[in-house]
Design a protein around this ligand. Structure first.
Ligand code: ATP
Ligand SMILES: O=c1ccn([C@@H]2O[C@H](COP(=O)(O)O)[C@@H](O)[C@H]2O)c(=O)[nH]1
Length: 232
């Protein structure tokens, strides 16, 4: 499977040697706060982001939602590639996702300029990203450095149960046992190293998401408040 994806990505000119390209991030971390929201599939990232948006003036951007929108966008050259990756639980080449996120951030900053986000300021919860080291590196180099990582944890049993329940109504092509198992594998092999790396930098707030939505929210709210207070 990775070989197929690599071939498609190559055909789309997605693989570039980034290490030779020095770039300035599009956003100044002093003006733009980025919080990465990570955790296994079904850990409750989206649910908690929706709550946190109500506490603070955040814009919630789900990388998965942006990819699904791009998959269905008429004329998208990446539709087939995204569909395959989502079904197989693999990761879409980083350039596609990073560009979608950067574009969405720029649009949110422009839109909210008249609603309190003055002078290019902004606050983002980036949900389900970065899922792989190369994405984290590219985002930091080209878009913005994150101030913290919210990391939701629970067991695979709980996540499986939640996703199968969600699958009854979500219409998602990957909320089925076969795809979920693949997503768990990708999470352990590719995403955990990203979390470990940010842990070493002291940027991770780990929150047990096995308990009720309200209890998880209370803990997440405190972690976010602490981080915002540090950066103010
Ligand atoms: N603390 C919780 N207790 C019980 N159910 C929860 C809890 N948090 C989330 N759920 C439910 O579990 C399902 C998965 O949650 P959610 O969509 O937030 O997970 P996610 O981490 O964003 O998943 P994915 O990575 O697959 O998008 C949803 O149906 C949600 O309502
Ligand atoms: O950075 C990313 C984020 C997501 N994907 C792909 O999308 C699916 C679904 O993501 P959710 O966060 O569960 O909505 C994920 O399994 C990946 O295939 C990605 O490639 N890169």
């Amino acid at each position: 499977m990775p070989a197929v994806i690599d071939k498609i990505a190559e055909a789309l000119h997605l693989h570039k040697n980034r290490s030779t390209v020095a770039s300035t991030p599009a956003f100044d971390e002093k003006k733009v706060t980025v919080i990465f929201v990570l955790g296994g599939p079904g850990a409750g990232k989206g649910t908690q982001c929706a709550r946190l948006v109500q506490d603070h003036d955040f814009c919630h951007l789900s990388a998965g939602d942006l990819l699904r929108a791009e998959q269905h966008r008429e004329g998208s050259e990446y539709g087939q590639l995204i569909q395959t990756c989502i079904k197989e639980g693999t990761i879409v080449p980083m350039e596609v996702t990073v560009k979608l996120l950067e574009k969405a951030m720029k649009a949110a900053i422009a839109e909210k300029n008249s609603e309190g986000w003055e002078d290019g300021r902004g606050r983002f919860l980036i949900d389900g990203f970065p899922r792989k080291m190369d994405q984290a590196e590219m985002f930091e180099q080209e878009v913005c450095k994150p101030s913290m990582v919210l990391f939701f944890t629970t067991t695979e049993e709980v996540m499986l149960e939640r996703l199968l329940e969600r699958g009854k109504t979500s219409g998602r092509e990957d909320d089925n046992v076969e795809s979920i198992k693949k997503r768990f594998r990708t999470y352990k092999e590719q995403t955990m190293p990203v979390i470990e790396q940010y842990e070493k930098l002291g940027k991770v707030a780990e929150i047990d998401s096995s308990v009720t939505i309200e209890e998880v929210h209370e803990k997440a709210k405190v972690a976010v408040q602490k981080s915002l207070a540090r950066s103010n």
